[in-house]
Design a protein around this ligand. Structure first.
Ligand SMILES: [Zn+2]
Ligand SMILES: [Zn+2]
Length: 397
């Protein structure tokens, strides 16, 4: 049976997938600078025997594996390749060799796992009908998102896939398990850059100044109230400010205060309305207090919706592959992910791969300097994605 073949190939390739992951982990590259990474990926795909490879969006690539009757159905599998500006604190043999750059979101895992999946599927190409499109994308961590650039560069054309599958490491889920959620899953994320301008001077004579620190303090509170009073309680929304910069001193009121934050939600209409509300309130409040304001919303990724039918089939496949007890339901997750751009175009399923192992002390969250995974997850990630793809290709368009 194909499932058993996949399982045994995943076990055979485990060591090489781990070797790929360790190489990529030791040589991380920041978003849109994945030149060495993508050429490493291309080399491995050629070693496998895959020849239909095309560069996309400068540091991404698309490759195809044709089964029998290649036009019957196309399914895309996606891996992201970029690292983060974080200095690794793990003391491991595969520690990042680059100062201040680290694979702290597991994209080394996604890339090496997809290479493993590619090797499995290439070997089994007589066993499925249709075509598997491999998408190795750059720049997931940085607006405008590598996914949007890959789509612009034609990654979802020639041929157009019926659906796309992506996986992401999840350090909250124990290794050996995976998680699925149908429908709304992850949030849109917009960056807010606000500058409150006043008139600075000596802290002892506020009557002749316009104090932007006080105005900014009011503004932060007011904006939180805008969100809490205007968002439907049925739509999750988060507004957080993580940077407030007032470069005065004990006795110096500065000319301006800069505020940076993030706004996340799960509804496109409310998202647009919230931008409008926040801008209006900011202008009214700041000008009412004698200052002026620049309110910039840098729009990030849309929210991520997992297609019902595709996700149900993938979840069923995962249950067959791992057993019922190892397939968990997921809650809504307020982080953003540029996989959502693909799901705006075609059906998508974005699932979570468990990487946690408390016994080995592997518990750190993504985007932390001590993030790591239990590498047993790589065999599961590579094999499961191959099985989901083959399983999906059984279905007609
Ligand atoms: Zn990340
Ligand atoms: Zn990520």
């Amino acid at each position: 049976m194909v499932k058993d073949l996949i399982k045994s190939l995943a076990a055979d390739y485990k060591a090489s997938i781990i070797a790929h992951r360790r190489h990529l982990h030791a040589h991380p590259e920041l978003s849109f600078q994945e030149f060495e990474t993508v050429s490493y990926v291309e080399q491995e795909l050629r070693d496998i025997g895959i020849t239909d490879i095309e560069t996309k969006a400068d540091t991404g690539l698309v490759a195809h594996i044709q089964g029998k009757n290649p036009d019957k159905k196309i399914i895309a599998l996606r891996g992201d390749m970029d690292a983060l500006p974080i200095h690794e604190q793990n003391e491991v043999p595969y520690k990042s060799t680059k100062e201040g750059i680290m694979h702290a979101c597991g994209h080394d895992v996604h890339t090496s796992s997809l290479l493993g999946t590619a090797r499995i599927l290439f070997n089994l190409r007589e066993h499925f009908e249709g075509t598997v499109k491999l998408i190795f994308q750059p720049g997931e961590e940085l607006i405008p998102g590598g996914a949007s650039l890959m789509i612009k560069d034609g990654a979802l054309q020639n041929p157009t896939p019926a659906g796309i599958i992506g996986q992401h490491v999840m350090p909250l889920i124990p290794v050996g398990q995976v998680g699925f959620r149908k429908g709304m899953y992850m949030a849109s994320a917009d960056e807010l850059y606000i500058t409150v301008k006043g008139k600075g001077g000596h802290g002892a004579i506020p009557e002749s100044l316009v104090d932007p620190v006080l105005i900014a303090s009011h503004l932060i509170v007011a904006l939180q109230q805008v969100i809490s009073r205007n968002a439907s309680p049925k739509i999750p929304s988060v507004l957080s400010f993580g940077r407030v910069e007032a470069l005065g001193a004990t006795n110096i009121i500065p000319n301006e205060v800069k505020i940076q934050g993030t706004f996340r939600t799960l509804d496109e209409a409310w998202r647009a309305k919230a931008h409008e509300h926040m801008t209006t309130i900011a202008k009214g409040l700041v000008e009412g207090m004698g200052g002026t304001v620049d309110f910039e919303v840098r729009k990030g990724y849309p929210f991520l919706k997992n297609a019902e039918a595709l996700t149900s089939r993938a979840e069923e496949a995962a249950i067959e592959y791992l057993g019922h007890e190892n397939v968990l339901p997921l809650d809504i997750w307020m982080a953003a992910e540029d996989f959502s751009y693909y799901t705006q175009e075609i059906d998508g399923c974005f699932y979570r791969l468990g990487t946690r192992n408390e016994a080995k002390g592997i518990t750190s969250g993504v985007h932390t300097p001590t993030f790591d995974i239990d590498e047993d997850a790589l065999e599961i990630g590579a094999g499961l994605m191959a099985w989901i793809a083959v399983n999906e290709l059984k279905y007609t368009k």
